[in-house]
Ligand binder design. Structure first.
Ligand SMILES: NC(=O)c1ccc[n+]([C@@H]2O[C@H](COP(=O)([O-])OP(=O)(O)OC[C@H]3O[C@@H](n4cnc5c(N)ncnc54)[C@H](OP(=O)(O)O)[C@@H]3O)[C@@H](O)[C@H]2O)c1
Length: 386
């Protein structure tokens, strides 16, 4: 269990970059439409076709999208994982001539130290959110932990050298950034980031943002408060493992029940679960006990409503919603992370990094494939990033 909780990642993986598929590698440049926030420079580099690093730190000398008050001379090109058509993992390819994204006034440029995958990454890659997605090509990745290397002119609290973490997309499904966290650098609005807790390392921090913000927002929307009881469906997953801990350690749940398969019941108990339910042996809705809140991370909304008390709330993250269940889509918010940071510093909330990882940057395809099995324990983390 120690391996799962608060694991210290010290291994350094030799970086070996997979060879891009010839048909794609021969393409001189990816068709980029500069987007709303990024002017997302993820174009593969053709000779003479890349942005030069800022030579001056004088904001008046720069255009509005380039108004930087600090410059640490980061390279203009970077390694990144990219796809330029929707599909399964076969559309992913590693590029090393990708432009470092430009930084807007309210953004900082983060040197990515670790990233993490979420199901939204593969759902987006499969084209499930095509209607509201940003234009292709895409560098995937929502979760990041890294170091600020540049700040925009309107950035108030962060500075170069700060260790930060966050979910880079304010609205998960509405025009998420073209230039995501599976890259050496990513540009992020200051308000979406928080300082990384010192207690945890970058790999652990990378696994937290989207999942813990989902946990916290869902519990808030459900009106969860001290003394209430909760049943978490999918307690061993990225979100579920954090719903358990936020409910118990932050919001003062009087009793936490959660479901998982047999081999993960001990993990649930170590996270603070009072009643660990083996879904391979028991149907949670048949238990006589009912709960103030049921938090469904699995897609069992029809069964979840049978386990809630009269007048209680049912949070449904995926799948069909049956009344009184409700669904929401997470909003990234650095202030929520900042609020939760003391609980992480005190060791009350422990990141759960899947023991099959962290996956080195060269194994992003393997990491996606593993996450898509739906069997991950805690978070699938990508570390180190070159
Ligand atoms: N609406 C939103 O804003 C939002 C935000 C975040 C996530 N989501 C969605 O929520 C879902 C969960 O996300 P996640 O990151 O937590 O996924 P995840 O980490 O991939 O979840 C994997 C976990 O699910 C457990 N699981 C699978 N089937 C189960 C079952 N029948 N009963 C109990 N546990 C089961 C697995 O445990 P076993 O191996 O023991 O089965 C595994 O530990 C995804 O569909 C995701 O897209 C939505």
């Amino acid at each position: 269990m120690e391996a799962l909780l608060g694991s210290t990642i010290s291994t350094t993986f030799p970086f070996s970059f997979p060879i891009a598929r010839p048909s794609l590698r021969s393409s001189p440049s990816l068709p980029i439409t500069p987007t709303r926030s990024q002017r997302a420079a993820i174009t593969a580099v053709a000779p003479g076709n890349f942005r030069r690093p800022q030579a001056s730190s004088d904001p008046s000398a720069s255009s509005s999208t380039d108004t930087l008050v600090a410059s640490s001379g980061e390279p203009s090109k970077m390694k990144a994982w990219v796809y330029d058509e929707y599909g399964d993992v076969s559309v992913l390819r590693a590029e090393d001539g990708v432009l470092v994204p430009q930084v807007e006034e309210d953004q900082v440029l983060v040197k990515v130290v670790a990233a993490a995958l979420n199901p939204v990454d593969f759902k987006r890659m499969q084209g499930k959110f095509k209607a509201t997605d940003s234009p292709l090509p895409t560098i995937p990745g929502y979760d990041v932990a890294g170091i600020v290397v540049k700040v925009g002119s309107q950035v108030k609290n962060l500075k170069e050298g700060d260790e930060v973490y966050g979910d880079i997309n304010e609205k998960a499904l509405e025009n998420p950034k073209q230039s995501g966290s599976l890259a050496e650098f990513t540009a992020v609005e200051e308000k979406l980031l928080a300082l990384k807790p010192q207690k945890i390392d970058f790999a652990q921090a990378a696994g937290l943002p989207l999942a813990i913000e989902t946990a916290y927002e869902g519990l808030e929307k459900a009106g969860f408060s001290a003394g209430k009881t909760i049943l978490v469906l999918g307690g061993a997953g990225g979100v579920g493992s954090l719903v358990i801990q936020v409910a118990k350690q932050v919001l003062g749940a009087s009793r936490v029940a959660a479901t998982a398969s047999t081999g993960k019941l001990e993990l649930l108990k170590s996270l603070g679960v009072d009643l660990a339910i083996d879904y391979t042996k028991e149907n949670f809705e048949d238990l006589p006990e009912k709960f103030d809140v049921v938090f469904d991370t699995v897609g069992q909304g029809d069964r979840a409503v049978k386990a809630v008390k009269e007048g209680g709330s049912v949070v449904v993250l995926t799948g069909a919603v049956t009344p009184p269940g409700f669904r929401f889509v997470v909003t990234s918010d650095g202030a929520s992370l900042t609020k939760l940071n003391p609980f992480i510093e005190e060791g009350k909330i422990k990141p759960v990094v899947d023991p099959k990882g962290p996956f080195p940057f060269s194994q992003v395809v393997e990491a996606f494939t593993y996450l898509e099995t739906g069997r991950a324990t805690g978070k699938v983390v990508i570390y180190p990033i070159p």
